[in-house]
Design a protein around this ligand. Structure first.
Ligand SMILES: Nc1ncnc2c1ncn2[C@@H]1O[C@H](COP(=O)(O)OP(=O)(O)OP(=O)(O)O)[C@@H](O)[C@H]1O
Ligand SMILES: [Mg+2]
Length: 301
């Protein structure tokens, strides 16, 4: 089966600012494809080109076999796009907005069901919605057309933790119906939970495309060991251990980083000095570490 979305060597600049340098990726049918990257990495510019809202300077894009610019009218009926906040008239009510949008599509979803799933009230005026409620409405508007492909830029930014979890469930339900989803996000937990594959974008280029687990594995297999020692001691004793790569402190806590075997070595030293590690916590490197390692820079922007 050909990919649903195919982006090849996309390049886009704003005057002399290169926003997207060279981005290529494919998204398969039914996949949730995540796009992650630091602020200004070129994520929104990339998805706006995919949506046909911006014209690439170079490169090719195909969505459902269509050209986003040349086949704009047909694509609009099959693509759901999350609107940026503030794009609706203030006096429009939530129910009216959903009803209006569903009339644009040949086989719309049940907008009342979406309204209920997203905890929105039908009669509320757009201008009176809180930031999070506007965000929920933008998700509903992206999904109301029963699109084949949904592109969600910053899906849950501004939502409270419960609304975020509810939205994840909603998206999982949408995926279960075979919809292909592109998700731009800054939340590692969200990417880890929802995405089948993730493209990490840095300075307008794709650094890596992998599964969340594959990405986490690329991060150094370091452990972070955090504890409160039962008495003061010379942390140099730990820093000298070959398994330990770093020792730091935060308040009364000691934080040790190291590879395999660091935990055992640290515990042995503490036992020898009759120190108890209180409130001990050991963390393995995860997606967030991979993100920082693969896109983090010490040099100033
Ligand atoms: N309309 C525009 N005119 C000029 N420069 C722009 C425009 N939109 C974006 N840029 C610049 O292009 C670069 C990429 O922006 P883009 O919005 O694609 O980043 P992003 O990865 O979505 O960032 P964020 O995580 O902050 O949303 C940035 O340096 C930004 O300042
Ligand atoms: Mg953006």
């Amino acid at each position: 089966m050909p990919p649903v979305i195919e982006v090849t060597h996309l390049h886009k600049r704003y005057d002399d600012k290169v926003a997207v340098d060279d981005v290529s990726f494919t998204v398969d049918k039914g996949e949730i494809f995540g796009i992650l990257g630091r602020n200004g990495a070129g994520k929104t510019t990339t998805v706006e080109c995919v949506e046909g809202l911006r014209a690439p300077d170079r490169g090719t894009i195909s969505v459902l076999g269509l050209d986003p610019l040349a086949d704009r009218a047909e694509l609009t009926r099959r693509l759901g796009v999350q609107l940026q906040a503030g794009m609706l008239p203030g006096r429009l009510r939530v129910g009216e907005a959903l009803e209006l949008y569903s009339s644009f599509y040949p086989r719309p979803a049940d907008w009342r069901g979406l309204l209920h799933d997203l905890g929105l009230s039908e009669k509320a005026r757009y201008a009176d919605l809180s930031g999070g409620q506007k965000q929920r409405l933008s998700i509903a508007l992206a999904l109301v057309g029963s699109p084949d492909v949904a592109i969600l830029d910053e899906l849950t930014t501004g939502l409270d933790p419960q609304a975020r979890r509810d939205t994840w469930e909603l998206i999982e339900g949408v995926r279960a119906r075979g919809v292909t989803i592109v998700l731009v996000t800054h939340f590692m937990e969200e990417a880890e939970r929802l995405c089948d594959r993730i493209a990490l974008i840095d300075r307008g280029r794709v650094v890596v495309v992998d599964t969340p687990a594959g990405l986490a594995e690329r991060a150094q297999a370091e452990q972070r060991i955090r504890f409160r020692p039962s008495r003061e001691f010379d942390t140099g004793l730990l820093a000298d251990l070959p398994e330990v790569s770093g020792v730091g402190g935060r308040g009364e806590f000691v934080v040790v980083t190291g590879g395999d075997g660091a935990l055992n070595a640290v515990m042995a030293v503490l036992a020898r000095h009759q120190i108890v590690a209180e409130r001990l916590r050991v963390e393995q490197a995860g997606l967030e570490d991979a993100f920082v390692e693969l896109t983090g820079r010490k040099d100033a922007e």
